[in-house]
Design a protein around this ligand. Structure first.
Ligand code: FAD
Length: 519
């Protein structure tokens, strides 16, 4: 990650910088612009909304944990921007709620002294609450082909759901229920019978191969300010531009199929030497010019829509935040990130993923086995000694997306009351919700699609580069699936292609000027 970053700074300065128009200021677009600016080019980043960061901020409040332990490009970016101190590391544990034992939690602790994969194996062996020894042995035997078969084996599992794969390997259903419902939902917000096993194996590999693969950190405040603004300042200090409220409506083409300009919603057009779309994949599908729909790798996009089992889930993620809880006589526990296996109203598909929260240090003692958290590990920005804030993800949410906010809050309180019966009751007679905000992201999980198609996101072939067109985004092919790391890496790879295509893009510009066609 560091050497790829350095390659932009050390690249020979272009005689005439390329003007690169980028649509979408999520992490992928920001990263593309940052690294292009580092290489001496002039990115113009156009964001449809009035807020930076795309899926990362969700309405300007911090929603996200960063699984940064194994995120080399994200960590490198923080270092480059001089903001490493904004990452608040959590202790290296995974904590599962146990639906059959309300208020109790099961931990997987990764010892710092052991290297990977021993730290992970130790964590699994030490946990006897979730899996029995015979189940652990069967699971380990089932995993053997994955350990021995490497990447080709992992990729070959894309057609199988987690549940089917477990059955095929002779792993008891109880293992899926105890561990993989929670893991599937925590990683991808869907159930194990809908999620591709490839996705789980990639994550497990990361956890097993990299010592800090599952270690988490939180950003210390809201992402647009604490992460995106430093990137924007960096881009602008090098002559690039970032414009909010600039929605791309159309990719306009020349007669020879090269990109002519981006047409904005306000009727303006903008021209450059190269064009990048870094919007979510569903938006890109809408923007895709008619003439390009027949191109083979864009045809894959059509197939993505057609994968029936995934389709509903691409549309129905509902995330919400509740903040802050007023304290009544009982205090609210501190929640570190937990992967929760829940049932709600008899529907076992519902997961509330606790993203993060904070409270007073002392409160942790009321929950014995929970890690003693500290203010430093929470959001300093929102610290209030008398209140707590919870941020949750509610998914899969296809049946909930049309519900009113109060129905969602009621469902949440019922769920939370099951998990924390001492502190929370559904009728709010214990902790009270004093303020909440619900954000619905109808296509928040569009990236799930490609997990079913062998990560078949459209490779942007040299043929597209010859048209001056590039893609970035968490759904494009890179090894970190759809994540903040995937988005940052995709932006870097996109910037790298553009830098490498300098001569090609210059020639393209010349041809455009002389009216010669491109084939
Ligand atoms: P986006 O963030 O979607 O950015 C695309 C940008 O394009 C947006 O700003 C959008 O407004 C803009 N745009 C759209 N249309 C246009 C247009 N026509 N013109 C101009 N701009 C346009 N990842 C992790 O690593 N850890 C986590 O804990 C985690 N939790 C998550 C929780 C939730 C609820 C969700 C939804 C995702 C989570 N992720 C997590 C995934 C991670 O947030 C995403 O993978 C990543 O932020 C995607 O970045 P992106 O730049 O590819 O896309």
């Amino acid at each position: 990650a560091a050497s790829l970053s350095a390659s932009f700074r050390s690249a020979s300065r272009p005689t005439k910088p390329l003007k690169v128009i980028i649509a979408g200021a999520g992490l992928a677009g920001l990263s593309t612009a940052k690294y292009l600016a580092d290489a001496g080019h002039k990115p113009i980043l156009l964001e449809a909304r009035d807020v930076l960061g795309g899926k990362t901020p969700t309405s300007g409040l911090p929603l996200y944990n960063f699984e940064v332990g194994a995120y080399p490009n994200v960590q490198n970016l923080f270092g480059e921007l001089g903001i490493n101190d904004r990452l608040q590391w959590k202790e290296h544990s995974m904590i599962f709620a146990m639906p059959n034992k309300p208020g109790e939690f099961s931990r997987f602790d990764f010892p710092e002294v052991l290297p990977a994969p021993l730290n992970g194996i130790w964590a699994i062996l030490k946990n006897n609450e979730m899996l029995t020894w015979p189940e652990k042995v069967k699971f380990a035997i089932g995993l053997l082909p994955a350990m021995l078969g490497g990447q080709p084996y992992v990729e070959a599992q894309d057609g199988l759901s987690v549940k089917d794969w477990m059955r095929k390997q002779g792993v008891p259903d109880r293992v899926t229920e105890e561990v993989f419902i929670a893991m599937s939902k925590a990683l991808n917000f869907i159930n194990p019978d809908e999620l591709s096993m490839q996705c789980i194996l990639i994550a497990l590999n990361r956890f097993l191969q990299e010592k800090h693969g599952s270690k988490m950190a939180f950003l210390d405040g809201n992402p647009p300010e604490r992460l995106c603004m430093p990137i924007v300042n960096h881009i602008e200090s090098l002559g690039g531009e970032v414009r909010l409220n600039s929605r791309i409506k159309k990719i306009e083409l020349n007669e020879d199929g090269t990109v002519k300009s981006f047409l904005l919603n306000n009727g303006n057009t903008i021209e450059g030497d190269a064009y990048v779309v870094a919007t979510p994949v569903d938006i890109f599908k809408l923007l895709l010019p008619e003439d390009w729909r027949e191109i083979s790798y864009f045809k894959k996009l059509e197939k993505l829509v057609g994968v029936p089992v995934i389709n509903p889930f691409t549309k129905d993620l509902l995330s919400f935040k509740i903040y802050p809880f007023g304290m009544s006589s009982k205090e609210i526990p501190i929640f570190t990130l937990k992967w929760k296996l829940n049932t709600f109203g008899g529907k076992s598909y519902l997961l509330i993923r606790m993203q993060k929260s904070w409270s007073r240090d002392i409160i942790a003692t009321t929950l014995g086995p929970l890690p003693i958290d500290s203010q430093a590990n929470c959001f300093i920005e929102y610290y209030n000694p008398n209140q707590s804030m919870l941020e949750l993800v509610f998914a899969p949410a296809e049946e909930w997306i049309a519900c009113s906010d109060s129905e969602i809050i009621d469902a949440t309180m019922k769920e939370l009351a099951k998990l924390f019966p001492d502190e929370i009751s559904a009728d709010q007679s214990k902790a009270k919700v004093v303020k909440y905000h619900i954000v619905k992201t109808p296509s928040g999980m569009s990236w799930l699609e490609n997990t079913w198609l062998g990560m078949a996101s459209p490779y942007i072939h040299i043929e597209m580069h010859q048209r001056g067109f590039y893609l970035a985004g968490d759904y494009t092919k890179q090894k970190y699936l759809a994540s903040m790391e995937g988005a940052v890496l995709s932006g870097k790879l996109c910037a790298q292609s553009i830098v490498q295509d300098y001569e090609l893009l210059r020639t393209l510009g010349q041809r455009k000027l002389t009216g010669a066609s491109i084939h």
